[in-house]
Design a protein around this ligand. Structure first.
Ligand code: CO
Length: 263
């Protein structure tokens, strides 16, 4: 989701195979090697279990079919190749079909640490480990179901909740604060910043507060919401998310924690 595309998605051939170059495979290798060193005390254990289930190769970009096979076996999901930037309607329709949209390009060397547009490393490494857990997959599915059933005027707020949980959520655990968000866990810079830095705010997860929070997609996040447990997230499925959005709108947005260009 976004407005401008710097990268172009790589197209699969008729067998669904994407030919990555040696340089692109080296980029994957560099990213996964770096992240595997950074996440042991920063990612929640469910994410790490998902990584063990997926068994990503270290020397090349995995193929869509390989990742979809594991997701299908665990939670009934697949990954679907999409252009680098897709609109809300396509995004929610895919989620409604239990298809996780995956931009197939990989970042250039000058954007190793932080990338505004999601690339295949973000999609595979960041998102699919949590999607091997049924309750998390059901939570993501809920966005698809809601997005396809409500007035499109709600899409922006649904995306905000998605952003501040699926992309940038933190969770309290017995071992300490851990990340579950794909935007954090796929960024060498943000995974350290989100957990170790004293710069960003870390607040208890409150869904109304989350829905009143402005964000930007092109900066390290100024605020992270910390779930009491993953169950706090999963319980939202049985709650009136649209009612929360209406309430948040009635209360109004919080003051932005950054300069201009808000989403
Ligand atoms: Co993402």
């Amino acid at each position: 989701m976004g407005k401008t595309a710097k990268y172009v998605a790589k197209q699969p051939d008729e067998n669904g195979y994407i030919a990555y170059t040696d340089e692109e495979n080296r980029m994957w290798h560099e990213l996964i090697t770096t992240q595997l060193e950074l996440i042991p005390n920063r990612a929640c254990k469910e994410f790490q279990q998902g990584l063990e289930t997926l068994k990503f190769p270290a020397d090349r970009v995995p193929q869509l079919d390989e990742v979809s096979k594991v997701l299908t076996e665990t939670t009934g999901w697949t990954v679907a190749p999409v252009d680098a930037v897709i609109g809300f309607t396509e995004f929610f329709e895919l989620l409604n079909n239990k298809q996780f949209p995956a931009a197939t390009f990989i970042r250039n060397h000058d954007e190793v640490e932080y990338l505004q547009e999601p690339d295949i490393f973000h999609e595979f490494f960041g998102h699919t480990p949590m999607l091997t857990h049924q309750k998390f997959a059901d939570y993501v599915h809920e966005f698809g179901k809601l997005g396809c059933s409500v007035d499109p005027g709600y899409h922006g707020m649904l995306a905000r909740l998605f952003w501040l949980t699926v992309e940038f959520g933190l969770v309290k655990t017995d071992e300490g604060l851990r990340a579950l968000g794909a935007g954090i866990l796929s960024s060498p810079k943000e995974v350290v910043y989100a957990l170790d830095s004293d710069v960003p705010l870390r607040q208890p997860f409150d869904v109304i507060d989350v829905l009143r929070t402005r964000y930007r997609i092109d900066i390290l996040q100024p605020i992270y919401f910390c779930l009491e447990s993953l169950d706090q997230l999963y319980d939202l499925i049985n709650q009136d998310i649209i009612g929360y959005i209406d309430e948040a709108r009635r209360l109004g947005m919080h003051e932005a924690l950054f300069e201009a260009k808000s989403a």
